[in-house]
Structures are given as structure tokens and as C-alpha cells.
Design a protein around this ligand. Structure first.
Ligand code: MG
Length: 227
């Protein structure tokens, strides 16, 4: 393993709950149903894909769709205003520092168009060699997924790069791109991951690299890894 690509919301910053709170408010205002299952499915989806999931097949005019996504972003940004260093998720910053000390190239890749602002607020931006956010991914003429753009930005082949993700969608995509995945959160949802931690708190960089080194292919499962 030569590189790590960290997701932002739900991995580095405790902001997944802020996205969900903003969508819950939109659902209430628009009379759309919102429960735990929907909340789980929204995790990691783009703003537009999130609204399509909430609408659940209901068609609305494009102007109304755009207005709702703008309103959701305004609610989210108002919450981001009050973020600080204490909103970095436990263990994430230490893991980035320790990996970098061991010579691992570390980047962030987020679907969010607000990821840079969030990284600045929680004080982790300066530790990362590259950040690819939702704007960069949309603007990229290569059409490559943000995980591949992030790996390229730090000069590491995807097969030698590990993606750290909290969402089932993100973990599955990373694996399909030939990258090993460290999941953070619910193991039942993160079945595409090579390893899953409930939280990054206390995760030892050297031991993690040893485990991941033993999982030579992205489809190797946790049970094949021995410390
Ligand atoms: Mg996430």
C-alpha cells in the first residue's frame, strides 16, 4: 500500500449527521417520507442523487428541483458555520498523520462540493497532499471517479491505494475500481470493505498497513487477514 484516499463526511468530519438533518428538514417541508432506511441510503450520495432518492420516483419541474437542492445546501452550510476542530471524527487526524510519517501518500476525496470548507474548519486540510471534491470531479475532463482522481493526484496506482469510506455506495464503488477499502461504521452496510472499524479511534497505522498488505486483492475478506 502506497496511498490512502479518505472520504470526508462521516470519515474525517462528523458532518454526515448534518447532511441528514438538512435532508430531514427538507423532507418535512416537502411532505416526503424520511426514516432510518432512507437515511442510510442517502449516505454518500450526491446532492442531486439524494433528492431523487427522497422523491422516490415523484417527478417535479427542474426549477423546483434546483430550488430544493439550493435550500438543502443553505441549511447544511448554516450548520457548517459552527464546525470546529472538535468536529473531526475520533482517530482520523491521528491516522492521517501516522500514515504520512510512514511515507504513505494521503489524499481526500468527497462527493461534497463543500468538502474543502469542512476540512479547513475541522483543521485537517493541511495534513492532506491533495483534495478532490464534488466540483473537481464534475469539472474533470477525464470523466474519472473522484477516488481515481485522488489516487492520481498523489501519484499512486489505484491497486496500491486504500479508500476509507463510511457509505455502502462509496465502498462498493472503490472496490469495483480495484481499490482496497477500509469501512468506518456499520459492518452490515459496508460489506464491500476489506476491513471495517466502528470508528477510527485507536486504529494503529502500522498494524492497519500489515492487515491491508495481507489482503492482496480488493475482494479479499476480513476473514483472510491475520494480525
Ligand atoms: Mg461519507
Amino acid at each position: 500500500v502506497d496511498g490512502f484516499v479518505f472520504d470526508v463526511d462521516g470519515v474525517i468530519a462528523d458532518t454526515a449527521r448534518l447532511h441528514l438533518a438538512a435532508w430531514r428538514r427538507i423532507a418535512e417541508e416537502e411532505g416526503l417520507s424520511f426514516d432510518e432506511r432512507v437515511a442510510g441510503e442517502l449516505r454518500g450520495l450526491s446532492r442531486e442523487a439524494s433528492l431523487r432518492r427522497l422523491l422516490d420516483g415523484r417527478q417535479i419541474p427542474p426549477e423546483e428541483f434546483a430550488e430544493i437542492t439550493r435550500r438543502k445546501n443553505a441549511y447544511y452550510l448554516a450548520a457548517v458555520e459552527s464546525l470546529g476542530a472538535c468536529d473531526a471524527l475520533p482517530g482520523a487526524e491521528k491516522l492521517v498523520r501516522d500514515l504520512a510519517r510512514l511515507g504513505i501518500r494521503c489524499a481526500a476525496a468527497s462527493a461534497s462540493r463543500n468538502a474543502r470548507a469542512v476540512l479547513e474548519r475541522v483543521g485537517v486540510r493541511g495534513l492532506l497532499e491533495a483534495v478532490i471534491d464534488g466540483n473537481d470531479e464534475a469539472a474533470s475532463k477525464t470523466g474519472l471517479h473522484r477516488f481515481l482522481l485522488a489516487a492520481a493526484a498523489v501519484g499512486v496506482e489505484p491497486g496500491r491505494c486504500v479508500v476509507v469510506e463510511d457509505s455502502a455506495a462509496g465502498a462498493a464503488t472503490a472496490r469495483s475500481l480495484g481499490m482496497r477499502v477500509v469501512g468506518v461504521g456499520d459492518p452490515a452496510a459496508l460489506c464491500a470493505a476489506t476491513l471495517v472499524f466502528e470508528s477510527l479511534r485507536g486504529v494503529d497505522a502500522r498494524i492497519l498497513l500489515k492487515w491491508l498488505g495481507a489482503a492482496r486483492s480488493p475482494s479479499a475478506s476480513l476473514t483472510t487477514i491475520r494480525q
